[in-house]
Design a protein around this ligand. Structure first.
Ligand code: GLU
Length: 335
């Protein structure tokens, strides 16, 4: 076979295996990095654990680059993200999915919500929402939630996006119509959870781009992901995402949220904690096995630092060993 045919054939076989796997109840996990240019200690640990969780049970791992997810995205950072993941020793099955090439799917999902009366056009600006909302909603502070509870100003006002534009001269976003305050689910690490929905939320932004809450559900469902494994800064988003699954009639994955890595002061990792990017560690001569070892110790998977690969951690991997509180990490431990 020529190499092009070989590639096409390999892809086909991978796809068939993937579909067979999901049909037979195999675990399908995913790594869903946003290409912001740097993979740091925190997301490296989350990806390592997500990979271990799926692979230790013989599962498939998919890689999806979330390259339309907000202003932190840097053009051209995808290659860097992939290189960082490879350096960590993580692998994945099949092609790399990029959200930027899947816009038609998100549009179609939004149209279905609109047609079903489960989403509606909204022309309110962020400022107007801030002013109309009463006190900021406590549950709405998490990453992925967009600020104060929307008071429903545009509910029932417009027949379509075009109608909204015609009546107001503004481009409209689409909001999901929420009819409950809270939603309960069982988290794969945390157990029973109950989270606030915090009002009608945006599923399509006014520029036509999908909101994170919608894109992530459409992709996880289309790729038949059975385990959404991520850090608990995204926990507040899960009730909203579950509503989207239900509205679109999609089967729900297991959600598993693990504590974040924080700085030694207990605060979210940031610049003041030094440079915790993988790139920095690599530049300082830290080897992948040293970094993985450090992440393993932070995660309760190893008692002391001693070079280890991701693959070597598979044997005996047990999520229950993970500390239940945020773990403290920094750039001094390795350099
Ligand atoms: N792309 C998101 C991030 O890197 C993760 C989304 C998810 O896991 O649901 O923060």
């Amino acid at each position: 076979l020529g190499s092009r045919h070989g590639r096409t054939w390999r892809r086909y076989v991978e796809r068939v295996l993937l579909l067979m796997g999901s049909a037979s109840g195999t675990i399908v996990g995913r790594l869903a990095p946003s290409p912001t240019g740097v993979l740091h200690l925190g997301n490296a640990r989350t990806f390592l654990l997500a990979w271990l969780s799926a692979r230790s049970r013989g599962g498939t791992v998919l890689l999806r680059i979330e390259d339309i997810d907000g202003p932190r995205i840097k053009a051209g950072a995808t290659a860097q993200t992939i290189e960082d993941l490879r350096w960590l020793g993580l692998d994945w099955d099949g092609e790399v999915f990029e959200q930027s090439s899947r816009r038609a799917l998100y549009r179609a999902a939004c149209q279905r919500l609109l047609d079903a009366g489960l989403a509606y056009p909204c022309v309110c600006s962020r400022k107007e929402v801030d002013e109309a909302a009463s006190a900021p909603h406590e549950g709405a502070q998490g990453v992925g939630l967009d600020g104060p509870v929307y008071p429903g100003t545009c509910r029932g006002r417009f027949a379509s996006l075009e109608d909204a534009k015609q009546q107001t001269g503004r481009d409209a976003s689409l909001r999901f119509l929420v009819d409950q305050d809270q939603l309960a689910f069982v988290d794969g690490f945390r157990g029973r959870e109950r989270g606030d929905i915090a009002g009608d939320f945006v599923v399509q932004k006014r520029d036509g781009e999908p909101a994170y809450q919608l894109a992530v559900v459409v992709d996880d469902a289309a790729q038949e992901v059975t385990e959404v494994f991520r850090a608990d800064d995204l926990l507040p988003s899960t009730p909203r995402q579950l509503l989207v699954y239900r509205a679109l009639g999609l089967s729900e994955p297991q959600f598993t949220h693990v504590p974040l890595v924080v700085g030694q002061d207990g605060l979210r990792l940031a610049k003041r904690h030094g440079d915790t990017s993988l790139r920095h560690f690599r530049d300082q001569g830290v080897r992948s096995e040293d970094l993985v070892s450090y992440l393993a110790v932070l995660s309760g998977l190893r008692d002391e630092l001693s070079p280890v690969t991701a693959r070597e951690l598979l044997d005996g991997f047990d999520l229950r060993k993970l500390p239940r509180v945020p773990v403290r990490g920094d750039d001094h431990a390795l350099i």
